[in-house]
Design a protein around this ligand. Structure first.
Ligand code: F3S
Length: 66
């Protein structure tokens, strides 16, 4: 499972890395550290990743179809 983070939408709400700390990380300013890159979700973290994705108020996180 791969996720993409839209840097134009991420506003630093921080729900993603709070809810799924093994999937997402923050940068020094509280934004998702992986903006404009793709994240490989670690095995077993899919549900946490989906939760973090759903709870982003800006809808900045999307699943990358493979
Ligand atoms: Fe950004 Fe959404 Fe996370 S605004 S810090 S991707 S909860």
């Amino acid at each position: 499972m791969k996720l993409a983070i839209d840097g134009k939408l991420c506003s630093g709400h921080g729900r993603c890395y709070t809810l799924a700390p093994k999937v997402f990380d923050s940068d020094a300013e509280g934004y998702n550290a992986a903006v404009e890159t793709q994240i490989d979700v670690p095995a077993g973290q899919e549900e946490a990743a989906r939760m973090g994705m759903r709870m982003c108020p800006e809808k900045a996180i999307t699943i990358v179809e493979e």
